[in-house]
Design a protein around this ligand. Structure first.
Ligand SMILES: Cc1ncc(COP(=O)(O)O)c(C=O)c1O
Length: 429
């Protein structure tokens, strides 16, 4: 469900025409719907109400401060993977006791900052991380709460770049090692074992991998709980898939039906770390056609957004629906027979710079405004300045109002940290 709809011959975000936003802030530009974000949080909460989960939104999906404020006001906690993300969520008013800190390579100084802030727990992924965290906490005379991230070795059947829960990925530790590590944590004075964590991957569109993963971590947590009474949380990570193509994705209730009984049987509390499912369909990227060209048998539509603005298609063949903003809604997928297949490409000097390949499109031309749909997750956060391009603005819509929650970068921003005239200094004494 989202609030991007064609009506009266043009595409709206909630009650604001996307064409108006493009006139105000130019293109390319990201646009987010606050109502869609809130709706997704509510859908998760309702489906899982029987276990009243702590929803820790995965900031990596979209860390815009305006978006984070919407989520904080909706009552979510946050899953962070760096001190940068922690800085953002605290700026957005997050309650530190609802922050979990994931990531395979946290630095000692990040651990220290998170302990100072008073976060809920660290999701710890290795023996050496336990050692480092124990040292940092002891040096601060603090006790760090820890969940062990285990690798339940479940195939989430998603793209290999976003599959994280199998035996040979860099994330977590295997279940046997996880149990031993949990016992080390429990026996370390500066650490407290509070739970077991897993995250098996992203854009997972079936229930079964989640059910298998949760069953495995539930079993481990239950074993640990028999002699470690500080264990109180099961953290199932994120990964719920969204519709990119056809408006269809599993209902939250389908996941809940499989997972809630497993959690209830443990008597433990549930944390989840959804990112994409909350913000993915809540965003679109506006772009304008710069020109069209023919090369060989191929028709190219060259737009003003490139892989530096939206990386998913180039990085992992991510599919985004792309359609003109003015005119009628696109036909259902598969009913585009009358349209010519085109490559939609950006201005970047890379063959891999494309937004869509062989995509049937109406007859678009220079200046036409297009919307790249379902771009709210892993969109702007992966944007770069490659080819010295300014990153686009971000706009948040609520009802018939819009707020520019990040302005377009300027040419000065591109050279802000360069010191081309820095004097050379003698380094060896
Ligand atoms: C530890 C962890 N939790 C949560 C997420 C969020 O995943 P998604 O956006 O698919 O829900 C990720 C994504 O990579 C992750 O690494």
């Amino acid at each position: 469900m989202d609030w991007f709809r064609h009506r009266d011959g043009q595409l709206y975000c909630e009650d604001v025409p996307l064409a108006t936003i493009a006139e105000r802030v130019g293109t390319p530009a990201y646009v987010y719907s606050a109502r869609t974000i809130e709706h997704h949080v509510e859908a998760i909460r309702e489906a899982f109400a029987a276990v009243d989960p702590l929803i820790c939104y995965a900031v990596k999906a979209n860390g815009n401060l305006g978006v984070l404020r919407v989520l904080r006001e909706a009552g979510t906690g946050f899953d962070i993977v760096s001190v940068g993300e922690m800085h953002r969520v605290l700026m957005a008013g997050a309650d530190p006791t609802k922050i979990v800190f994931s990531g395979v390579g946290k630095t000692a100084s990040e651990m220290q900052s998170a302990l100072e802030a008073g976060i809920l727990m660290f999701n710890v992924e290795s023996e050496e991380e336990v050692e480092i965290l124990a040292g940092v906490a002891a040096s601060m005379d603090r006790i760090a709460s820890v969940a062990i991230r285990v690798n339940p070795d479940v195939d989430p059947k998603t793209h290999r770049y976003i599959s994280t829960g199998q035996a040979e990925t860099k994330f977590g530790v295997d279940i046997e090692r996880g149990e031993a590590l949990a016992r080390v944590v429990a026996g370390t004075p500066s650490l407290r074992l509070v739970g077991v964590h897993c995250h098996i991957g992203s854009q997972i569109t079936s229930v079964e991998p989640f059910a298998r993963a949760v069953a495995r971590i539930a079993e481990l947590a239950t074993t640990l709980r028999q002699d470690i009474d500080t264990v109180e949380w099961l953290n199932m990570g994120g990964g719920f898939g969204i519709y990119y193509k056809d408006g269809k994705a599993p209902e939250m209730s389908a996941y809940a039906e499989a997972i809630v009984p497993l959690v209830q049987a443990t008597g433990l509390k549930l944390i989840m770390e959804p990112g994409r499912v909350i913000v993915g369909n809540a965003g679109a990227l506006l772009t304008r056609v710069l020109l069209t060209k023919q090369s060989g048998t191929r028709r190219f539509v060259v737009v003003d957004a490139g892989m530096n603005d939206v990386l998913r298609p180039s990085l992992y063949e991510g599919y985004h629906r792309i359609w003109p903003v003015l005119g009628d809604a696109p036909p259902p997928l598969g009913d585009e027979g009358g349209f010519e297949p085109c490559h939609v490409v950006g201005p970047i000097c890379e063959t891999g710079d494309f937004l869509a390949k062989d995509r049937p499109l109406p007859d678009v031309g220079r200046g036409d405004l297009m919307a790249v749909m379902s771009a709210g997750a892993y969109g702007f956060v992966m944007a770069s300045n490659y080819n010295d391009r300014c990153r686009p603005p971000e706009v948040l819509v609520r009802g018939d109002e819009m707020a520019v929650v990040r302005v377009r970068e300027t040419l000065d921003d591109l050279v802000r940290y360069d010191r081309g005239d820095a004097p050379f200094e003698q380094v060896n004494a």
